[in-house]
Design a protein around this ligand. Structure first.
Ligand code: ATP
Length: 368
């Protein structure tokens, strides 16, 4: 970016015990989070987990019912959207159809109060600079309908950047685009972040997108934060059954914890129980902990029940003795699994969590 797109120092964002209710439904519960200046953070979770609600609270589009939001240490909880220096691209804030690309990008500047509004010449220069930055040079006179989906998304980003925000908020920015365009845009977003240094928070339900792009990922489930960590931390040290299953693939075996020992079908497994209570639990492991046609010793064993070719290689179905579900794994072609072959499963990286009872989502009325 040139002089018109100065390198910004993004805000540090602190979210302190934020809660949001919609009637009796708790959309956000006790959400606390510290985001560092310039950090790229993904909000990851299934549909309805509260990702968009949290993004809207940061943007100032929702006032939380409880808790506070701080930008660089200052309480911004009730600061109006237009005073926050926040640029956002929300799915439902589409481009203005009746305006050219250039007018769309200039919009945030042209609606400022007169004393804060740059001159027409300054706005025009800024639009040219931004078009170049989003690699849409010369397309300023087009209308949104004359652009591809990926180009439109870049116009939306240029529009968000025009006001020189200190925070960039993106809601499923690449959701509707095909795989190829998504990949280009992801690459581009990393670049933007690197060059402008904005604090960026984006919402996604796509774990690959979160793991590939983000410095840290916030995993949301039913309005609560399950875990915050780098992609590697989430993958290697998942804090809950939800995280291990949502971030990467995991296989769960039902076990019993008895006197500090984990038992699978009456047999004792050497797994760290870390102070688990006695009772039903599950051992979670990754498909990569299973070795097809390897000599390795496994704590437990399966055998190959079926094999089929897929575009990615070979997919094998594994049956574990005495366990009525089968497991599916991808096996490399050169180690093509044969029917009946034994599959040692290493549990050295496995994690064990108690079987939890379902949590209540709706608030319980006080005194009830
Ligand atoms: P998705 O991936 O489907 O967009 P999300 O994680 O972004 O989901 P939110 O949009 O934050 O989820 O919604 C969280 C929950 O709050 C949902 O169950 C939703 O129906 C509910 N909700 C959101 N906004 C409102 C509202 N204005 N009024 C009532 N309920 C709402």
């Amino acid at each position: 970016p040139g002089a018109l797109l100065p390198r910004q120092t993004g805000f540090a964002i602190r979210i302190d015990k934020v809660e949001q209710d919609f009637g009796s439904f708790a959309a956000l519960r006790d959400v606390s989070l510290d985001i560092r200046p310039g950090e790229l953070v993904a909000l990851l979770g299934p549909s309805g987990s509260g990702k968009t609600t949290l993004l809207r609270v940061i943007a100032g589009l929702n006032a939380p019912d409880r808790g506070a939001v701080y930008f660089d240490g200052e309480d911004a909880t009730l600061l109006p959207v237009q005073d926050r220096r926040v640029g956002f691209v929300f799915q439902n804030y589409a481009l203005f159809k009746h305006m050219t690309v250039a007018d769309n990008i200039a919009y945030g500047l042209s609606v400022r109060p007169r004393r804060l509004r740059p001159s027409k010449a300054q706005i025009d220069a800024k639009v040219v600079e931004l078009l170049k930055f989003v690699q849409l040079e010369g397309l300023g006179a087009r209308y949104p309908a004359q652009l591809s989906g990926g180009q439109r998304q870049r116009v939306a980003l240029a529009r968000a950047l025009a006001i020189e925000p200190r925070v960039l908020l993106l809601d499923e920015p690449f959701g509707a685009l095909d795989a190829r365009v998504r990949k280009d845009l992801r690459h581009w977003l990393r670049q933007v972040r690197h060059e402008i240094g904005l604090t960026t928070v984006f919402v996604t339900h796509d774990q690959d997108e979160a793991m590939e792009l983000a410095d840290r990922v916030v995993v949301l489930n039913e309005g609560r934060i399950e875990q915050v960590g780098t992609p590697a931390e989430l993958y290697d040290q998942p804090a809950s059954p939800f995280v291990i299953s949502f971030v990467g693939e995991a296989i769960a075996l039902p076990v019993e914890v008895e006197a500090g020992l984990v038992k699978f079908q009456g047999r004792e497994l050497t797994i760290d129980t870390r102070g688990l209570q006695n009772g039903p639990a599950k051992v979670y492991f990754r498909p990569s902990d299973m070795a097809v046609a390897a000599d390795g010793l496994g704590e437990i064993e399966g055998h190959v029940e079926s094999v089929r070719r897929t575009p990615g290689g070979v997919r094998a179905t594994i049956a574990i003795e005495g366990y009525d579900q089968t497991l599916e794994i991808d096996a490399p072609v050169e180690r093509a699994a044969r029917l009946g072959e034994r599959v040692p499963i290493s549990l050295s990286k496995a994690r064990v969590f108690p079987v939890e009872r379902k949590r209540q989502r709706t608030k319980v009325a006080a005194g009830a």
